[in-house]
Ligand binder design. Structure first.
Ligand SMILES: [Zn+2]
Length: 234
């Protein structure tokens, strides 16, 4: 539910997300400001909650904007920009065409389409990367599920900003499509990590021993993913 609150001369828009949870949490995301609150939380109180945190919201938005500006400077989505794909730098080639299409070649990403503006290219490339990520996840899960020995109830592919993967208590796994830009070993690491949570729902020594069984050098890939490596879709 989209809501607007006024503070002095300013208007703030936020989305009220009613959830079964008991706590109230405010998040500033690339898709806007969201307030997660229990269904019973009164609207007036929700508005007040947001109003009182205006400075915090502004600061979070500024950080996000700064991040985006950096992203657009490093990856301007124009001819020749270097984009990581499966851990290798690829030069972006743009070609005007009526029918949109993206081809991943050796060190090259060839993107064709009717609109080659940076915004359109960014969107079209994102779609193609998500499709490739889904294929790769299916393939790696088919490889690792029989080895690790447990199967997730459901697998979803998302574009989380801060997480590479997650596993719920119900055995549902979520994987981040942005992993398709990382080295294949890093993607494997996340798949193995989440599958191992189907045995150990924690990060105990037992858990890491299980991960190491399927990827002995997992620590390299774990720290790679935590290093803040550069890609265009933060
Ligand atoms: Zn974990």
């Amino acid at each position: 539910m989209l809501r607007r609150v006024r503070v002095g001369s300013q208007t703030v828009e936020y989305e009220l997300m009613q959830t079964p949870r008991a706590s109230v949490e405010l998040r500033v995301t690339p898709n806007g400001t969201r307030l997660f609150a229990p269904k019973s939380f009164p609207l007036r109180q929700a508005d007040q909650f947001v109003r009182e945190r205006l400075d915090w919201i502004r600061e979070a938005q500024e950080r996000l904007d700064a991040y985006r500006r950096r992203e657009q400077t490093s990856f301007p989505m124009t001819e020749g920009t270097t984009i990581p794909f499966e851990g290798r730098p690829c030069a972006l080639r743009l070609e005007a065409a009526d029918a949109p299409g993206v081809r991943f070649g050796e060190g090259v990403i060839l993107l064709r389409g009717p609109d080659l503006s940076p915004e359109a290219v960014r969107g079209q490339l994102e779609e193609a990367l998500i499709a490739r990520a889904k294929e790769r996840f299916a393939e790696r899960l088919a490889h690792y599920v029989p080895l690790v020995g447990r199967s997730p109830a459901r697998v979803t592919v998302r574009g989380q900003r801060t997480r590479w993967g997650s596993c719920s208590g119900q055995g549902n796994i979520a994987l981040n499509w942005k992993l398709i830009m990382a080295p294949p070993e890093a993607l494997d690491y996340v798949v193995i990590h989440e599958l191992c949570h189907l045995y150990e729902f924690n990060h105990s020594q037992k858990f890491w021993a299980r991960v190491a069984r399927w990827q002995p050098d997992y620590e390299i890939w774990r720290s790679f993913l935590r290093s803040g490596w550069a890609h265009p879709y933060n």
